[in-house]
Design a protein around this ligand. Structure first.
Ligand SMILES: Cc1cc2nc3c(=O)[nH]c(=O)nc-3n(C[C@H](O)[C@H](O)[C@H](O)COP(=O)(O)OP(=O)(O)OC[C@H]3O[C@@H](n4cnc5c(N)ncnc54)[C@H](O)[C@@H]3O)c2cc1C
Length: 395
């Protein structure tokens, strides 16, 4: 392997990567990534879980001490705060992500709103929670986002529900503004995104006058997002507000492609991984070139994209803890990236999903599938956990 130039960020210090984990937790991580690395086990686990949910069988006893504990902070904000305090000892901060999905009764939506407001107030009080976040689909019905994106909201009830969605998003962004904590809006399916982009842009115009409080998410696996970024930047200049951008590659590639095929429209997803990688990295380059107007949140486990951002910062002579630049990975994944970046002085915050076990299952299934699907990902996590466990035993 070629030697890395001096000064380049290194992600291979496993002692730093895992020092917040006990031996037991480390051993468990190894075991877990062995399991999720096997597509047959993941498929079987998914089927059993879906069946158990349908039949209302109790499954928390099995999920909570295992996969849930590895990828989630707990069922409540208080449980997450313990995890957060442990990570903060090593300079890694947390973003509490209330990850309840697929619940859409008015009562569920109201409950999600109140819980998300609690996360915002909690972040306002805690230095180690630098951002807040929400999923737009938690705050309305999917068909409203879809029809709103197609400009096909026809009935009075549809229009009224669309307005309630805008009001809920405004309630959250206003609370974030008042608490002076940035709030990020996750990106989901492409078919919802036109309406989400419109609403989030409106929130930026309103609350980002002094700095980026509201952040939109760009999924760079989409063919159109680099152009969208440049247009959003121009709009921010014209409207005299700041732009907050969270970059991700995108989590729903298979279903986006399948949908495009089914309905016979061109796939919105880049043709291959190198194209996504290069668009992602071009997005980072563009934002670092325009930091006077844009704040950037780098949501990726990809070592090259994380390294690139550190290099761009160095080229511009920026401090490692430049407040407009944050790095982020998901809790339970890529600790070698998060903890080594934090140890080197960069701003790092991990997404810490939480919520009742049954309700975060879709999130957990995605993580298990991602670790199976992404080539080498679970294998890499597995090898690192094993290597560090061995190192500790040999001490
Ligand atoms: C902090 C954080 C927040 C996140 N928030 C969101 C969110 O709001 N919305 C969301 O959708 N996802 C979100 N994700 C998940 C993210 O989109 C990715 O699925 C995940 O992080 C894997 O991408 P990567 O950059 O980490 O790693 P990599 O392994 O480098 O990239 C894998 C990704 O590359 C893309 N890709 C893979 N193969 C191809 C191909 N053949 N053609 C084109 N593209 C391909 C896919 O997007 C795939 O997920 C978030 C991730 C993080 C770390």
């Amino acid at each position: 392997m070629a030697a890395k130039p001096i000064g380049m960020i290194q992600f291979d210090n496993l002692e730093i990567a895992f020092r917040y984990k006990s031996d037991r937790e480390l051993k468990f991580a190894y075991w877990l990534f062995r399991m999720v690395g096997n597509p047959k086990i993941v498929l079987l686990g998914k089927k059993i879980t879906c069946l158990a949910l349908k039949l209302h069988l109790p499954i928390s006893w099995l999920i909570k001490p295992t996969i849930y504990r590895h990828f989630c902070g707990g069922e409540t904000i208080e449980e997450c705060m313990k995890v957060s305090r442990n990570m903060e000892k090593y300079g890694v901060k947390c973003i509490l992500d209330y990850s309840v999905e697929g619940k859409d009764s008015p009562e569920d939506i109201q409950a999600a709103l109140e819980e998300t407001l609690r996360t915002i107030r909690n972040a306002g009080k805690n230095r180690n929670i630098p951002f807040t976040v929400f999923k737009p689909t938690a705050f309305t019905l999917e068909h409203i986002l879809e029809k709103g994106s197609l400009n096909e909201l026809n009935t009075d009830e549809e229009k009224a529900e669309a307005q309630r969605f805008r009001d809920r998003v405004n309630t959250l962004c206003k609370a974030a503004y008042e608490e002076n904590v940035p709030i990020m809006v996750d990106a989901e399916d492409v078919r919802f995104q036109v309406m989400i982009d419109q609403v989030v842009t409106g929130m930026m115009e309103k609350y980002n006058k002094e700095k980026a409080i509201v952040y939109n998410t760009l999924q760079m696996y989409r063919t159109d997002r680099l152009d969208f970024l440049k247009q959003a930047w121009q709009k921010a200049i014209d409207g005299n507000y700041y732009l907050g951008i969270k970059f991700v590659r995108g989590a729903y590639m298979e279903r986006e492609r399948a949908r495009a095929l089914k309905y016979g429209y061109p796939s919105p997803i880049n043709p291959d991984k190198p194209t996504t990688d290069s668009m992602y990295n071009d997005g980072l380059r563009f934002t670092v070139d325009h930091l006077d107007r844009v704040s950037v949140f780098n949501g990726t486990h990809n070592e090259d994209s994380n390294r690139l951002l550190t290099e761009l910062m160095e080229q511009k002579g920026l401090a490692k803890n430049e407040p407009k630049i944050w790095f982020s990975q998901l809790f339970g994944m890529s600790d070698h990236v998060s903890f080594n970046l934090a140890a080197a002085g960069y701003n790092v915050a991990k997404y810490l999903p939480y919520g009742p076990v049954r309700h975060v299952l879709p999130y957990l299934i995605r993580r298990a599938e991602e670790n199976t699907a992404v080539a080498g990902q679970s294998n890499r996590e597995l090898q690192m956990a094993r290597e560090e466990y061995r190192r500790r035993k040999e001490r």
